[in-house]
Design a binder for this molecule. Sequence first.
Ligand code: ZN
Length: 160
Amino acid sequence: MSEYHEILQGFAVEELHTTEEHRQALRACAELLLTTSEDFATATTLAMLLLANQPEAFTPSEDFLEQHPDNHPREYSSPAGYMAFFLLYLAEKARSAKDIAGEAATCTHYSTSCTGDLNLCNKCADRAEIVIPISQMRYEDIPPYHLGCRCKPILIQARE
Ligand SMILES: [Zn+2]
């Protein structure tokens, strides 16, 4: 069992309307990405398997759609492409959570780094200003914040 297993089990994954069984499948696929190869080709293969029998099994929630334009399926070439990005998003959230928790002994807070380039959205730029206590880390405060988001956590050393 990987270190990511427990982290992913703690993720509610309420961005999609689906059954708990399907959420479990999403967590398992994200774990597979993290423990094998976290790339778009692998994510697409897993997404196609997820959708093979139940193409309508995953519907994004209204909240998730409103958060960012990239969270909308219409931005993607196919349902499998959309789900591949979702799996990478979920895997990256678990990676960030592990990175943050791994530094909890020496760091008390974290922030997020943005790419700072022209593709950066205002929401992510604003988030970079916010410092979050590690002890109060919530799912929604773990980067990435939306599909295709490239934000990463920055750990902040405890002050004397
Ligand atoms: Zn971002």
